[in-house]
Design a protein around this ligand. Structure first.
Ligand SMILES: Cc1ncc(COP(=O)(O)O)c(C=O)c1O
Length: 372
């Protein structure tokens, strides 16, 4: 009989698995659970992928990624952040997940603390725990899902290795404003703590947004193509930031992922040719449609970006019990307890057709009314 490594028992996939087990019994559900765009990869990007395969671009690439894409992504980062990046300060990764994996492996020792604002993207706490770190949660519910730099400062200790930010946020949609980012930068600078800024939803910002790297020199930015271009299965992203850390991540990538998928890297060279603004406008309109209906009956977070609404369960319900109630009524949503140490909310993803959204939102309102 074999024995599994202890680290596997530190992580747990039961919360989300339970929901998908329940979902299996549903027939044609109104599915507001899927955290990915509903548009196809744009044709020029598909064509570039096909051409890459036919042109035999199927081998390993350099660990750092292909030079042309490195140059393209650096130029975009420089435009967006106002900071300049050398070629060895940007690493092409296997999605933002790959970047998270490498950054956390490169930064965390056993027992080190990582501050994670709560609610959070589900992967963060599990990866931190897998690598022997200790997640320290900064509860943001009383701050409208923003961050109070004083509360952050109170959580920093000699063991803090990293602060992990996500703006626009999954699940709340909240964008952290520039003054908040400057406050966070001041607190982290005093302690010499880096920030890992997950900006995967950057292109879905319905309000102006400031990137963390624009205000803080010790920022590693993670970005990617999954959501922006509907390429979730292609596994492409990047990390940019201080050379020493990016090079440590490259060293880990060399002995793990080896490189990001070659075909996706060549295909991504076509991304700047495509205009995604119609999709962004459509999602902004879906946000408005859903917020308009749901806010009549529910308390919502600040949906400034991404494609989620984080909604408070009605009185008499926890997030979990309301989701079970919704599932019995054929609406699939995700309980907030998957994204939080609290169990008071649920998450809606609005990347589906408007008629489904309208029906789903109206039914959720009816369920809340019946609960009264
Ligand atoms: C906040 C956040 N970060 C990272 C990821 C993972 O992205 P990728 O497909 O680039 O690995 C997701 C996916 O849902 C996400 O919501």
């Amino acid at each position: 009989m074999f024995k599994l490594a202890d680290r596997v028992s530190r992580i747990d996939a039961s919360g989300i698995r339970r929901i998908f087990d329940l979902a299996r019994s549903m027939k044609d559900p109104i599915n507001l659970s899927i955290g990915q765009p509903d548009f196809a990869v744009p044709d020029p990007v598909k064509d570039a992928a096909v051409a890459a395969i036919r042109d035999n671009r199927n081998s390993y690439t350099p660990t750092q990624g292909i030079a042309e894409l490195n140059e393209q992504l650096r130029a975009e980062e420089e435009r967006f952040t106002g900071r300049s990046y050398a070629a060895d300060e940007l690493l092409i990764t296997s999605g933002v997940s790959g970047g998270l994996f490498l950054a956390l492996l490169a930064l965390i020792d056993e027992g080190c603390e990582v501050v994670i604002p709560d609610p959070y993207f589900v992967m963060y706490k599990h990866l931190v725990a897998l690598f022997g770190g200790v997640p320290v949660y900064l509860d943001t519910y009383d701050d409208g899902f923003g961050i109070d730099p004083h509360k952050l400062e109170a959580l920093l200790t000699d063991k803090t290795r990293l602060v992990l930010l996500n703006s626009p946020c999954n699940p709340t949609g909240r964008i952290l404003d520039k003054a908040t980012l400057e406050g966070i930068a001041a607190v982290c600078r005093k302690r010499g703590v880096p920030v890992l800024s997950d900006e995967i939803y950057r292109s879905f910002a319905y309000e102006p947004m400031t990137p963390m790297a624009a205000v803080y020199e010790h920022t590693v930015t993670l970005g990617g193509h999954s959501k922006a271009f509907g390429m979730t299965g292609w596994r492409l992203g990047f990390a940019s930031g201080p050379r020493e850390l990016i090079q440590a991540m490259a060293k880990v990538q060399q002995y793990s992922f080896v490189c990001a998928p070659s075909i996706a890297q060549y295909a991504a060279l076509a991304c700047p040719q495509v205009d995604m603004s119609a999709h962004i406008d459509a999602y902004r309109a879906k946000r408005d449609l859903m917020a308009g209906i749901l806010s009549q009956r529910f308390e919502l977070g600040a949906p400034d970006g991404a494609f989620y609404l984080y909604v408070k369960a009605p009185d008499g319900f926890t997030g979990d019990t309301f989701v079970e109630h919704a599932i019995k009524n054929n609406i699939l949503i995700i309980p907030g307890s998957v994204f939080s140490e609290r169990d008071s909310h649920f998450r809606i993803c609005y990347t589906v057709a408007d008629d489904i959204l309208r029906t789903g939102a109206e039914r959720l309102c009816d369920l809340a009314d019946l609960a009264d």
